[in-house]
Design a protein around this ligand. Sequence first.
Ligand SMILES: Nc1ncnc2c1ncn2[C@@H]1O[C@H](COP(=O)(O)OP(=O)(O)O)[C@@H](O)[C@H]1O
Ligand SMILES: O=c1ccn([C@@H]2O[C@H](COP(=O)(O)OP(=O)(O)O)[C@@H](O)[C@H]2O)c(=O)[nH]1
Ligand SMILES: [Mg+2]
Length: 262
Amino acid sequence: MWRRVALLSPMISSSSSRSLTLNQAAFGLKVGESFATDAVNPEERDLPPKEKAPFITFVLGGPGSGKGTQCEKIVETFGLQHLSAGDLLRREIAMNTKNGDMILNLIKDGKIVPSEVTVKLIQRELESSDSRKFLIDGFPRTEENRVAFERIIRADPDVVLFFDCPEEEMVTRVLNRNQGRIDDNITTMKKRLKIFNGLNRPVIDYYKNKGKLYTINAVGTVDDIFQQHVLPIFSSFEQLKKESRHVIQKSTIGSSLVENSS
Ligand SMILES: Nc1ncnc2c1ncn2[C@@H]1O[C@H](COP(=O)(O)OP(=O)(O)O)[C@@H](O)[C@H]1O
Ligand SMILES: O=c1ccn([C@@H]2O[C@H](COP(=O)(O)OP(=O)(O)O)[C@@H](O)[C@H]2O)c(=O)[nH]1
Ligand SMILES: [Mg+2]
């Protein structure tokens, strides 16, 4: 069920030099309010405690690499809230909103929807959620997406997963996906792969350089990929451990490495 918050935060100006945490932007304070309290002694502000900052994972990978499939398993085990950027956009089409037609045409052509549109949809979900742990699936798809997220949401991901899959395998999977998606055809798929290589890879490299990227070999059975690669990554984060203790005890921790540029 999709709940809307009563008052949505306005967009934050990129020219502002003040750093607004996601705590403020998405969890409690409305953005305008937080700027209005800038002159107030920080101790007098009614801010949520810092330790309550949400845990954010970006899930990246080419079309058909298995992002959505693995997200379902992560949700089952660790209870993160799954926000699929593609699903949010498809819901706009289904609900026939003012951006619906524009989004439909871009998705049909394998192109990227303007960042402001996608980030606003994600922002709305973050703001209206009671969860503090999110999987943002299929976003950011471009450097521009990434910068827009940072500017508007004022948050960085804790973890970035990259499902690394050969193109041939991705094509086979997409053409057999069978979910009635308008972009699951060979013509759109070829365009999507070009966009993935040209626009999404720089985002992946960015997080690799920041030491936040976990590259996962996306070939294998769904269960093996999860058990051998995905589970150990999430098991290593204290914030996620509580709800999954029984699963962690059964897992083989240590097969995945965080990558960085050094
Ligand atoms: N490891 C896997 N091996 C074979 N098929 C898979 C695997 N993971 C996912 N699939 C299938 O491939 C298709 C694309 O998976 P999906 O999770 O939708 O990928 P993405 O979200 O990255 O586009 C789906 O039909 C899914 O059932
Ligand atoms: O941040 C996003 C996510 C998706 N899309 C559009 O939605 C399509 C489908 O995205 P989704 O993540 O659902 O595809 P998947 O990779 O799972 O096949 C993409 O090709 C884009 O046209 C976009 O513009 N911005
Ligand atoms: Mg998907």
